[in-house]
Ligand binder design. Structure first.
Ligand code: HEC
Ligand code: HEC
Ligand code: HEC
Ligand code: HEC
Ligand code: HEC
Ligand code: HEC
Ligand code: HEC
Ligand code: HEC
Ligand code: HEC
Ligand code: HEC
Length: 321
């Protein structure tokens, strides 16, 4: 091994794999001897490919060479000049190359002998960037997800979770309730590939509730539905407060992804005291039985109060225009 290679060993692996591994080895009586830093294979990827190329009966790693991780021109990449190549992610592999035993290498399988936090730390040692700063505050870290539960780095045609069209399937493989929601008659066009979960959520965690991409739920909605932001001359209090008081974010059996059907939707908050609130009756509507009944036939307050999101009309105080 050349000196430059050795120097690079120290960088990602001392922070990542090695240090925690060493302490773990002391704390518990680990079943298998774990490789140490001087146990990198002599020829790097060439050693590995001796058994893990297309011809081999074990796993073929060849597709990796079509991905960004194998860019030789990028010195931050595992395959950049002096990089540790396969072993920057899989750890020192000389021992494994001799024994062919799975427990002598860092695998990303769930039965890996390397603890989860350390497997993730290998990736984070190169990828602790802006979008992942909140990883340690997110529900996915708390739920003990591995980076490799979502990311597939050995795929020739790219990592499916990075593309809008295929990301959804990765997310929905765990989130069954959301799968059902997006199949409801009125839903955000996520299954159609027109938008992705990541338009609203940061899968790496965020300081917002439900790991939303923006600080609040409303700000997340406004990023696409800017017309609902206001400020308006006549605001409707719940719209300013929380879109989710009337809409579900994913999908609903009711039109416009509403949480309830009007007039019930409105009557959750508006009492019959001053104005019509008895569902589908109209005796106290302006216009009386005759006028009002016609409008409530479809059961909707928004037949008259068309501007439920607020109004800019000088006389729109009652959200009628
Ligand atoms: C002499 C052949 C040989 C060489 C060289 C070799 N491997 Fe392996 N590797 C194997 C075999 C055989 C298995 C399957 C072991 C098993 O399933 O128990 C394996 C399994 C693996 C696994 C997966 C373990 C699992 O849980 O299925 C990884 C990761 C791996 N090798 C990476 C590497 C890396 C990185 C290198 C280079 C440093 C390398 N291998 C070099 C033969 C080799
Ligand atoms: C030695 C540093 C290094 C390590 C370790 C590393 N990566 Fe990367 N990764 C890179 C570089 C460099 C790029 C290319 C970045 C670019 O082109 O902007 C990259 C790109 C990516 C991308 C984007 C790919 C694309 O096609 O846009 C993903 C996703 C990724 N890495 C995930 C991971 C995961 C998961 C791990 C751990 C299993 C990992 N990386 C380990 C350096 C590393
Ligand atoms: C729950 C699924 C999920 C997990 C777990 C996950 N990611 Fe991601 N990752 C995504 C999605 C979705 C994208 C693309 C959209 C985005 O950037 O938010 C992405 C994008 C990336 C990118 C490329 C774009 C960029 O921001 O540079 C890198 C690198 C990356 N993730 C690294 C990691 C690392 C490291 C871990 C583990 C600490 C990890 N991811 C865990 C889903 C996940
Ligand atoms: C950027 C980090 C990274 C690099 C570089 C890398 N791998 Fe992997 N490898 C992974 C991850 C993550 C998995 C889990 C499956 C996936 O993501 O597709 C994996 C899976 C494997 C497996 C199957 C066993 C398992 O752990 O699931 C083998 C064998 C393997 N890699 C060998 C290699 C070889 C040989 C090289 C070099 C040519 C290499 N890897 C380079 C991250 C990496
Ligand atoms: C390997 C399984 C798995 C995958 C894949 C996965 N998640 Fe999760 N996710 C979980 C678990 C477990 C939790 C925590 C328990 C819960 O809230 O259901 C969670 C929680 C969440 C939460 C709730 C956060 C909170 O603070 O309440 C959101 C949002 C989320 N995931 C979005 C996504 C998105 C978007 C993707 C795809 C990019 C994804 N998940 C992929 C398992 C997964
Ligand atoms: C239009 C934006 C948007 C899209 C797209 C979106 N979500 Fe959400 N999601 C939200 C909002 C907003 C919440 C918070 C709901 C609340 O707190 O009332 C949420 C909550 C969640 C939760 C927490 C549990 C819950 O239902 O409250 C999970 C898990 C989740 N989303 C997963 C997903 C997955 C998986 C996808 C993609 C298939 C996805 N989301 C797409 C906006 C979105
Ligand atoms: C990434 C962009 C984006 C974000 C963020 C977003 N939406 Fe949407 N929304 C859309 C698209 C695209 C449609 C479909 C428009 C169409 O079909 O013409 C839509 C449609 C809707 C509809 C009408 C559905 C119907 O069946 O008529 C409602 C209601 C809605 N969104 C509410 C919300 C709420 C509430 C939020 C915040 C939780 C939100 N949107 C965040 C893009 C977005
Ligand atoms: C007081 C209940 C209520 C609140 C709060 C609310 N909406 Fe609506 N929204 C409705 C109703 C009712 C409809 C159906 C409109 C109709 O029947 O014409 C609707 C329709 C929509 C539509 C589809 C039709 C259109 O006008 O573009 C979008 C998009 C939408 N709302 C986004 C939002 C966003 C974004 C927020 C938060 C800023 C929000 N809504 C808050 C009641 C509400
Ligand atoms: C989450 C509770 C909530 C829901 C649901 C709700 N509203 Fe409101 N609405 C309010 C509040 C709070 C006000 C402000 C009352 C005030 O300023 O005295 C308001 C104001 C109004 C006003 C103006 C009243 C005035 O005196 O200026 C109208 C009209 C109205 N809402 C109609 C509707 C209709 C139609 C629906 C159903 C589509 C609806 N609201 C759903 C809470 C709600
Ligand atoms: C036939 C048309 C019509 C229908 C249907 C209708 N409203 Fe009204 N509403 C009005 C008019 C007109 C006013 C203004 C009355 C005034 O200025 O004195 C009003 C005023 C209001 C106000 C303001 C409070 C007040 O007494 O001034 C609220 C709240 C309200 N409506 C809620 C509702 C709800 C909830 C429904 C559905 C159950 C509904 N409206 C159905 C026409 C209608």
């Amino acid at each position: 091994m050349t000196t430059s290679r050795l120097l690079l060993c120290l960088l990602p692996l001392l922070i990542g794999l090695l240090a925690p591994l060493a302490s773990q080895a002391q704390a518990t009586s680990a079943p298998a001897p774990l490789p140490s830093a001087d146990q990198y294979s002599a020829k790097g990827a060439d050693t590995c490919l001796g058994c893990h190329d297309d011809e081999s009966k074990t796993y073929s790693a060849s597709a990796l060479f079509k991905t960004k991780h194998a860019q030789r021109g990028d010195k931050r990449s595992p395959f950049g000049a002096g990089g540790l190549q396969c072993e920057s992610c899989h750890g020192p592999g000389a021992l494994h190359a001799r024994t062919k035993k799975a427990e002598h290498i860092n695998t990303y399988k769930t039965d890996s002998s390397v603890p989860l936090a350390q497997r993730n730390q290998v990736c984070l040692s190169c990828h602790q960037g802006s979008t992942r700063n909140a990883w340690h505050a997110g529900a996915h870290e708390r739920a003990e997800l591995a980076c490799s539960d979502c990311h597939k780095v050995h795929q020739q045609h790219g990592d499916p979770v990075l593309s809008k069209a295929s990301q959804t399937q990765t997310c929905l493989s765990c989130h069954k309730n959301q799968r059902a929601d997006f199949h409801k008659p009125s839903a955000h066009p996520v299954l159609q590939g027109k938008m992705a979960c990541s338009d609203c959520h940061n899968a790496h965690g965020s300081s917002a509730p439900a790991m939303l991409v923006k600080a609040t739920l409303n700000k997340t909605c406004h990023s696409c539905h800017a017309d609902k932001r206001g400020p308006l001359l006549w605001e409707h209090a719940p719209v300013v407060e929380n879109c989710a008081s009337c809409h579900t974010p994913h999908g609903s059996v009711r039109a416009a992804m509403l949480t309830k059907t009007p007039p019930l939707l409105c009557q959750q908050c508006h009492s019959p005291a001053n104005h019509p609130s008895l569902a589908r009756t109209a005796s106290s509507l302006p216009g009386g039985n005759a006028g009002g009944a016609i409008f409530l036939v479809a059961g909707s307050c928004s037949n008259c109060h068309t501007q439920v999101h607020g109004s800019n009309h000088p006389s729109g105080a009652k959200l009628l225009r």
